[in-house]
Ligand binder design. Structure first.
Ligand code: NDP
Ligand code: GDR
Length: 321
């Protein structure tokens, strides 16, 4: 039986990846930092099937301990301060958790079990300001936030450990991926939650920032499969994972409101406080390499994704009301 250690198991991707690996017959361990109030909502349904190990990416000794306890074949490093907007007010913390956290995990592996296969959650945010469209593995990075700058460090240190120590270390450059388990502050969840509340008469307006920003949005459940596929290859490598389509925040809003029979223009208010100090205007990924080498492709369309998220919000709200 193969075993895997997932950092960030309580987050969106960690929960889908844990489900996916359990279905594949893996023994699944999750690194879990302490929280004052329980935050196991995303893994509640599989809590008896996974083993949680206490630890924090900023605490190297806890990572070494976790590797020793789990003795995993694969490590998926998904933990990070992942909310881009928060990375300005918490720039130094973000640099540590999202950037230095990666080298902590790589060092823990190198010092204890260097033949572990390692996955690093790199991000399309690293492309930042438009240099080339669509963005692919060879497109130069131009980070536009402390988060993105930290991810660039995490990406290159992963490449460097592969080249320096011949570790099986891969980076997945994933474009935005969403689901009903997305954190509430991210725009897809914020919009679909508000649409459901407005439909049910529980909210009357939705404050948003930049409606012109464009993103290549896919479904998180599809993207965790690509992570696993990367670690099953003969050689470690880096891959862009994306749908190859881009949509504006305005389109997202239109689709979500239209789905429940409402006109977004009657509810959406633009709030200058929600604009970012430096924006990433457009992300559009080219998933050709992942398609050809991994045999991966996205299964859920943008519209299906938004509908799935609105349906989920409506269901949850109706249950609690
Ligand atoms: P989430 O924000 O949903 O989850 C982040 C996870 O990291 C949570 O489990 C959180 O724990 C944990 N975490 C944060 N800081 C630490 C720390 N110092 N030590 C241990 N655990 C910590 O992110 P997603 O699931 O959306 O994303 C997974 C990864 O992929 C992240 O690295 C993200 O930056 C990256 N990524 C995400 C994309 C997306 O569109 N979703 C696209 C590209 C990259 P807690 O519950 O305690 O807060
Ligand atoms: P992003 O996701 O920054 O792309 O990072 P987010 O959903 O936060 O923003 C997407 C775009 O929407 C615009 N926007 C708003 N965003 C939020 N959160 N709230 C608003 O009210 C709002 N109004 C407009 C933003 O300006 C932005 O252009 C996500 C995270 O998961 C990262 O961890 C990951 O690396 C990248 O995706 C790829």
């Amino acid at each position: 039986m193969k075993s895997a250690l997932i950092t960030g198991i309580t987050g969106q991707d960690g929960s889908y990846l844990a489900e996916f690996l359990l279905e594949k017959g893996y023994k699944v361990y999750g690194l879990k930092r302490r929280s004052a109030i329980p935050n196991l909502e995303n893994i509640h349904h599989i809590i008896d099937k996974v083993t949680l190990i206490p630890g924090d990416l900023l605490d190297l000794s806890s990572l070494i301990q976790a590797i020793k306890l789990a003795n995993p074949d694969e490590v998926y490093n998904l933990a990070a301060q992942s909310f881009v907007a928060e990375s300005w007010p918490e720039a130094i913390y973000t640099s540590k958790a999202t950037g230095l956290g990666v080298i902590n995990m790589l060092e823990a592996i190198r010092l204890t079990k260097p033949d572990i296969r390692f996955y690093q959650a790199s991000s399309s945010e690293m492309f930042g300001k438009v240099v080339e469209i669509p963005q692919k593995e060879t497109t130069p990075f131009y980070p536009r936030s402390p988060y993105a700058a930290a991810k660039v460090y995490g990406h290159w240190i992963t490449v460097n450990y592969r080249e320096s120590y011949h570790m099986f270390a891969c980076s997945g450059i994933l474009f935005n991926h969403e689901s009903p388990r997305r954190g509430m502050e991210f725009v897809t969840r914020k919009v679909t939650n508000a649409v459901a509340k407005i439909k049910l008469g529980l909210q009357d307006e939705l404050k948003l920032g930049n409606l012109d920003a464009k993103r290549d949005w896919g479904f998180a459940g599809d993207y965790v499969k690509a992570m696993w596929l990367m670690l099953q290859q003969e050689k470690p490598d880096d891959f862009v994972v994306a749908t190859g389509e881009t949509h504006s925040v305005r389109e997202l809003v239109e689709i979500a409101f239209r789905y429940v029979g409402l006109d977004w223009k009657n509810y959406v208010v633009q709030d200058p406080a929600l604009f970012r100090p430096a924006e990433v205007d457009i992300l559009l990924g080219d998933p050709k390499k992942a398609k050809e080498q991994l045999g991966w492709k996205p299964e859920v369309s943008f519209e299906q994704l938004i509908h799935m998220m609105v349906d989920s919000e409506l269901k949850k709200l109706k249950k609690t009301s």
